[in-house]
Design a protein around this ligand. Structure first.
Ligand code: NDP
Length: 440
């Protein structure tokens, strides 16, 4: 059993209470690590060390901070093999995915923001010869970074890197379900000789450590990525305290295929959109809208290709690995049941896969396609966050825009069409932060 520890004031330390809880690997379903059950005293220790470090870190030149961050990026690359294995074991994703996305992008996060900080400029506003107004961006203090389990190190470093580049110090809380790569990051910080207290990592439960960070008077900035209801809770705590708040939340993203789309590419991209990372990506295309004139042909090809996807041992060349936890797998099954009760037909998948040997208790699920649901039923309105996609038909642009915009979410959308006017017209009508055309 690996004992994970906190990283506070430049030291790898046990939680002050000495309490731990156990965490399992979804790959095997067995417990393999002990995670600090940190509490207020650990957060207080981290806050005091981050405040002290702020006095030094915020006064360093941009170039000095850049040098430290580039060293962190180098060390992530030097330890990539260990990080890839840890990410896959903690999260269940195929190792090739951690190798091609999560880990390289984690080091890129440090490189990107370190470099960006050197080139930052701000606007001036000239007042008819009377005065010039300008904006000076200055470090604020200690930033609380709270991140989810689906891309553990990538999303955590995406929060930490800009905060450090801007001269702030950080208290980070990784997801309790996937703490291993953050623990390895503590060791990497030591190797990169990051000054003590600049980055502190406190492990533990969201409702405990996460909430203490959100409430803390001496943490004026909260950067959160995770579920919409957790984001709403954090906002209700941080907003009345006038904290600066960044929230990256959930999605129920439409994937729209028009009859004039490049058929092959649209099918392949739709598979990627629905099932990458076992469908556990906030940007996943979980509602698939296909124009009625090509609906049957598209459905047939989409189902056929989905049935060819390999689910299995994340160490091997599989398309899908394990679902992150037993609880999450059960939540996905509940949604599949709900879909059936709402009149949906499971036309592909829908069942648990039991692998052989050491992996027989792991959490593996067939990629699942549901047909026959109304666009506004619960299954099509709530985020499932698993390898489950609902396929529906539409007849016109206005109809599909209305269906796409019907949820409370608005994260991303994909549109597949060869008609450039239609691409612009539909993009403008879609209410989401990102619209991709002919890609995912
Ligand atoms: P959660 O909201 O459950 O958890 C996110 C983080 O918040 C975890 O570290 C969690 O800790 C912590 N947390 C939980 N409760 C509280 C609380 N009361 N106060 C403070 N922190 C708390 O999300 P998941 O980890 O389940 O991640 C999946 C969600 O994240 C999906 O909805 C997905 O769409 C979204 N997401 C959004 C992205 C975006 O960029 N928009 C990117 C990736 C995911 P713990 O795990 O220990 O409970």
């Amino acid at each position: 059993m690996i004992k994970i520890k906190n990283f506070i004031n430049g030291k790898i330390v046990s939680p002050i209470s000495g309490n731990y809880f156990e965490n399992s690997s979804p790959v095997t379903g067995h417990n393999y690590s002990k995670v600090p059950d940190s509490d207020k005293s650990d957060v207080e220790y981290a806050v005091s060390s981050a405040k002290k470090a702020f006095l030094l870190w915020s006064k360093l030149s941009k170039k000095e901070r850049y040098n430290y961050m580039m060293r962190l990026a180098d060390e992530i690359e030097n330890h990539s093999k260990e990080l890839i294995e840890a990410e896959s074991k903690d999260n269940g994703k195929p190792e090739w995915l951690a190798k091609s996305v999560d880990i390289p992008r984690s080091s890129e996060n440090f490189r990107f923001f370190a470099t960006a900080s050197l080139h930052f400029s701000s606007e001036i506003h000239e007042m008819d010869g009377q005065a010039i107004n300008y904006t000076l961006r200055q470090p604020i203090g200690v930033v609380g970074c709270i991140s989810p389990w689906n891309l553990p190190l990538y999303l955590l470093t995406w929060k930490i890197a800009p905060a450090l580049a801007a001269g702030n110090t950080v208290i980070a809380k990784p997801s309790e379900i996937t703490p291993m790569t953050a623990f390895l990051l503590s060791k990497i910080c030591k190797k990169a000789r990051l000054p003590k207290g600049v980055l502190n990592i406190v492990h533990g439960y969201g409702h405990k450590v996460g909430e203490i960070i959100s409430y803390h008077q001496d943490i004026p900035v909260i950067s959160f990525t995770g579920g919409t209801s957790t984001g709403s809770k954090i906002a209700s705590i941080a907003s009345p305290m006038f904290k600066k708040l960044s929230l990256e939340l959930g999605g129920k993203n439409p994937n729209i295929i028009f009859e004039d789309a490049d058929f092959k590419s649209a099918v392949n991209m739709s598979i990627k959109a629905a099932f990458s990372n076992q469908g556990q990506i906030c940007l996943c295309g979980s509602r698939l809208f296909v124009q009625d004139s090509i609906y049957n042909k598209f459905k047939e090809s989409f189902v056929k290709k989905t049935k060819l996807l390999k689910v299995g041992d994340p160490k091997k060349k599989v398309d899908l690995g394990a679902i992150v936890s037993k609880e999450h797998m059960e939540k996905i099954f509940n949604y599949i049941q709900l879909a059936k009760s709402e009149g949906g037909k499971i036309i592909c998948g829908g069942k648990r896969i039991i692998l052989n040997g050491k992996l027989k208790s792991g959490y593996y699920l067939e990629p699942t396609i549901i047909e026959g649901l109304n666009y506004n039923c619960k299954t099509n309105q709530e985020e499932i966050f698993g390898p489950v996609v609902s396929i529906m038909s539409f007849s016109s642009e206005s109809e599909v825009i209305n269906m796409a915009n019907s949820t409370d979410y608005g994260l991303s959308t994909s549109i597949f069409t060869q008609n450039v006017s239609r691409a612009h017209r539909v993009s403008a009508g879609i209410e989401s932060g990102i619209v991709w055309v002919n890609t995912y």
